[in-house]
Design a protein around this ligand. Structure first.
Ligand code: AMO
Length: 431
C-alpha cells in the first residue's frame, strides 16, 4: 500500500500514514497518538480491547518516535484535530526516540546543536518552504528572460572581494581560496558572450562577525547581464525581479507567515520604482530627522546604524521598505566597479527593512581602465588572470549579488543562524 501524506487524507478511505509522534495519550482502554508529517497532523485512535496485538508496541512509543499506521480514515466531529481520525489495523514502530534534548524555546545555541530536531516544527519548516518558493520564483523570472544558469568554481586562485576576508586552503603544493563570490566568473561569462547569467551557490567569507546577519558560509544569488547603458538598468532589473518574487511568496505563504511569525511580518508587495538616495543624502536626512551623526571620514559608506535607520527613513519619506543607495566613496567599493568622470562608483546597495541585501554595479569592462583601477588598489598581479578576460573583446555589463539567507531572515524577522539550514559562523562548524 502506498503512503498517503496527512494533508491528502480523505475520510472514508483506507490509508497508510507515516510520521513522528507529536502527542501521545496512553489511557487504560484507549490510546490517542497524534502523528505529524511535513504536511500536517492527524489523530490515530486505538480502542485497546480491539487490538491486543498492538499493546506491546503502544507501550514503547515515545514523543517523536517514528511510526507507520495502516487503517481507515473516519470523520468524527469530536476529534479536535481537523475532525478526522485514523482507526488502525496495523501499527509499526520505525524508530524509537530518546527523550528530546531541546524544546522549542531552548537557547538558540542548544537548538543549533540539535538542529535536526529544532527543524521539526511547522514554524521552522516554513523557513525552507519559503526559501524554496523564493529561489524558484527568482529562477523562473530569469529563465523567462533568457538568462543561463551557470556553475562557477568554489576553489579559486585569487580573492575576488578584497574588502572581506578569505579562507585560504592547502591545494597540493600550493594555496587556493574558497570563493568569496562568483564575481570574476560571472563577468567571464560576459566575455564569453553568454549575455545573461545567474548562479545560486555557496559563498565563503572569513569574517569574524558575531551579528544577526553575518555567516562565514551563505548562499549567494548572483547575476550578470550585458549591453547595459548604466547601473540604473541593473537596479531596474533587480526591483522587477524582487517584486515578482515577493508577490509569489505573499500569495503562497503570506497567511502562514502572519500566523506563525506575527502580523509585523505580513508580506507587502512593494511599489515600483524603489526609492533611491545617495549616501550623502541619507546622512543629511538622518541627521535632520533623528540627530544621527558620524565623523566626516566615515561618510563614504553607510555605518551599520545608518543602514538600520534607513528602514525608518524609507518608510517616512517614501512609504517603502526598500531603499537603493548610490554614490559610495570609491575607496569603499571594489576595483571592478565602473566609475564616472568624477570618480564616483557606478554601483548601489539595496537595503530591505534596514539590512543590506544586495551590492551591484556596472562593471569596468575597458581593459586599460580596469588594469589601472586594480593597480590603484595594489591588486594588479593578483587579479591578472581576471583582467585578461577583458583583453579580447567584452560587452558593457553589470550585475549584482543577493544574499538568500538575508532575504529569508528579513521575511520572517529571524537571525541568520535560523535562516540557514545549518549555520556556519566563526565558532560553529557542527553539526
Ligand atoms: P557583497 O560583498 O556586498 O557583494 O555581497 C553580496 C550580498 O551577499 C550577502 N552577504 C552576506 N550574507 C551573509 N553573511 C555574510 N557574511 C555576507 N556577506 C555578504 C549580502 C550582500 O548584499 N560581488 C559582489 C556582488 C556584485 O557586485 O555582483 C559581492 O559579493 O546580502
Amino acid at each position: 500500500m502506498e503512503r498517503t501524506r496527512v494533508a491528502d487524507i480523505v475520510p472514508g478511505t483506507k490509508v497508510k500514514i507515516s510520521g513522528f509522534v507529536e502527542n501521545f495519550r496512553n489511557k487504560r482502554t484507549m490510546a490517542f497518538i497524534v502523528v505529524r508529517d511535513i504536511t500536517g497532523k492527524i489523530q490515530v485512535t486505538v480502542v485497546k480491547e480491539e487490538h491486543p496485538g498492538m499493546l506491546a508496541d503502544i507501550d514503547r512509543i515515545t514523543l517523536d518516535s517514528v511510526i507507520t499506521v495502516e487503517g481507515t480514515a473516519v470523520a468524527n466531529d469530536y476529534v479536535k484535530l481537523g475532525g478526522i481520525e485514523i482507526i488502525p489495523e496495523t501499527l509499526k514502530i520505525e524508530s524509537v526516540a530518546d527523550a528530546l534534548p531541546i524544546k522549542e524555546d531552548s537557547a538558540i545555541d542548544s537548538r543549533l546543536d540539535y538542529r535536526w530536531i529544532d527543524l521539526r516544527t511547522e514554524k521552522n519548516t516554513l523557513i525552507f518552504r519559503l526559501q524554496t518558493e523564493m529561489t524558484a520564483a527568482l529562477r523562473d523570472w530569469l529563465l523567462e528572460r533568457n538568462f543561463l544558469e551557470f556553475h562557477s568554481p568554489k576553489i579559486i586562485g585569487a580573492a575576488s572581494e578584497s574588502g572581506s576576508e578569505v579562507f585560504r586552503l592547502d591545494y597540493f603544493d600550493g594555496n587556493a581560496y574558497l570563493a568569496q563570490s562568483p564575481q570574476f566568473y560571472k563577468q567571464m561569462a560576459m566575455a564569453a558572450g553568454f549575455e545573461r547569467v545567474f548562479e545560486c551557490a555557496p559563498v565563503f567569507r572569513a569574517e569574524k562577525s558575531y551579528t544577526r546577519k553575518h555567516a562565514t558560509e551563505f548562499t549567494g544569488f548572483d547575476l550578470e547581464f550585458s549591453y547595459i547603458d548604466s547601473f540604473r538598468d541593473v537596479m531596474k532589473l533587480e526591483e522587477e525581479m524582487l517584486t515578482y518574487m515577493i508577490g509569489r511568496v505573499a500569495e503562497k505563504f503570506g497567511d502562514d507567515i502572519v500566523r506563525l511569525y506575527g502580523e509585523e511580518y505580513r508580506v507587502t508587495v512593494p511599489e515600483k520604482p524603489f526609492p533611491v538616495m545617495t549616501v550623502a543624502e541619507i546622512y543629511e536626512e538622518e541627521e535632520k530627522r533623528y540627530g544621527y551623526t558620524v565623523p566626516e571620514s566615515e561618510k563614504g559608506d553607510l555605518t551599520t546604524d545608518a543602514e538600520h535607520l534607513t528602514y525608518r527613513l524609507a518608510k517616512e519619506l517614501f512609504g517603502s521598505e526598500f531603499m537603493f543607495v548610490t554614490d559610495f566613496a570609491s575607496d569603499k567599493r571594489p576595483f571592478y566597479h565602473m566609475r564616472d568622470e568624477r570618480g564616483v562608483p557606478q554601483g548601489f546597495d539595496l537595503i530591505w527593512r534596514g539590512t543590506e541585501i544586495t551590492s551591484g554595479s556596472q562593471r569596468e569592462h575597458r581593459y586599460d581602465v580596469l588594469c589601472r583601477n586594480a593597480a590603484e588598489k595594489g591588486l594588479a598581479e593578483d587579479v591578472k588572470f581576471y583582467t585578461e578576460f577583458f583583453r579580447y573583446g567584452c560587452p558593457p555589463h553589470g550585475g549584482f549579488g543577493l544574499g538568500i539567507d538575508r532575504l529569508t531572515m528579513l521575511f520572517l524577522g529571524i537571525s541568520i543562524k535560523e535562516a540557514e539550514f545549518i549555520f556556519r559562523g566563526p565558532d560553529r562548524l557542527t553539526p
